[in-house]
Design a protein around this ligand. Structure first.
Ligand SMILES: Cc1cc2nc3c(=O)[nH]c(=O)nc-3n(C[C@H](O)[C@H](O)[C@H](O)COP(=O)(O)OP(=O)(O)OC[C@H]3O[C@@H](n4cnc5c(N)ncnc54)[C@H](O)[C@@H]3O)c2cc1C
Ligand code: FES
Length: 262
């Protein structure tokens, strides 16, 4: 884990409210699903860093994509190239690619696609067949879908307003797809990141077909390094797991899906 002051190289709005930021960063290796904690300005408001999935980190450039929805991300969207930000990372565990994986099914919504991009890179490099069910309210929420296609991922767009692909919920289209193609429970696996309700549904559908699901839990985080216990998730046995260190990626069966995430 590194802690560094990072020069902003670019911070571009790639779709309404979605920003792609490139930061100068020391060379570091990272794994798909890991994240960084970023201090969004040099004041005490907001005090806490914000967790951002690593979209890419190579050649001394760290890339993230974020949606400007609240105090922290709106502040981040005001930062300009040439300014510096305090960054800690890479943090957390990662998605696992099991030996002999046959077909990887990725399901996401909006900015949840970010940790799936390095996973898609790793999967396609190993020539593992990869399908992405990509959902959003509208076509503008399906950011970076062409980058997934360019990697060789089969992208299935789903929008609530029908502006691209099938109209409706990404989980309904995932279920239709599974009914039609009958995934292989021995060799195929599901990977997801996105809203809690979506991931729960993804886990339930995958379970019906006997597939295991790896979920990335985007809880609220404070320290990001295992100290404050602000990010805990209840597991099936009633104990608590720190999403920043034991996570953010878990197998779906580890999680108590009925517990509240605050
Ligand atoms: C491991 C990890 C990786 C993440 N990666 C990304 C990423 O790549 N891009 C990105 O845009 N965001 C990512 N997030 C979420 C991010 O850290 C912020 O929490 C989120 O962007 C909102 O921050 P904010 O300061 O703008 O909003 P706040 O002002 O803190 O909150 C605004 C609203 O958003 C809700 N909210 C805040 N955080 C979350 C959350 N984590 N999940 C659901 N609702 C939330 C709040 O309840 C509130 O209604 C990640 C979170 C984690 C834990
Ligand atoms: S965010 Fe502090 S322990 Fe996880």
């Amino acid at each position: 884990m590194l802690q560094f002051s990072s020069l902003i190289l670019s911070n571009d709005e790639i779709a309404p409210h979605y920003f792609h930021m490139v930061l100068k960063a020391p060379i570091s290796s990272y794994l798909p699903g890991q994240f960084v904690m970023i201090k969004v300005n040099n004041t005490n408001i907001p005090l806490l860093r914000r967790a951002m999935a690593i979209l890419s980190w190579r050649d001394e450039e760290l890339e993230i994509v974020y949606k400007a929805i609240g105090l922290g991300t709106k502040e981040l969207s005001k930062r300009a190239p040439g300014e510096k930000l305090e960054v800690i990372g890479p943090l957390g565990n990662s998605y696992e690619i099991p030996d002999g994986l046959g077909h990887a099914y990725m399901i996401t919504g909006g900015v949840g696609m970010s940790p799936l991009m390095p996973l898609a890179r790793a999967l396609t490099k190993k020539r593992i067949k990869t399908t992405l069910f990509f959902g959003g309210a509208s076509v503008t929420d399906l950011v970076m879908r062409h980058e997934f296609s360019d990697l060789g991922v089969m992208v299935i767009p789903v929008t609530m307003d029908g502006s691209l692909g099938k109209r409706g919920l990404v989980t309904d289209v995932m279920e239709e797809g599974f009914k039609a193609t009958k995934p292989d429970p021995q060799n195929d696996m599901v990977f997801t990141c996105g809203p809690h309700a979506m991931m729960r549904k993804v886990y339930e559908i995958a379970g019906k077909y006997g597939l295991k699901t790896q979920v990335s839990m985007e809880t609220r985080m404070a320290c990001g390094t295992g100290v404050c216990l602000g990010c805990v998730i209840k597991n099936k046995n009633g104990s608590y797991l720190r999403a920043c260190t034991e996570g953010p990626v878990y197998y779906g069966e580890e999680i108590d899906w009925n517990a509240r995430l605050d």
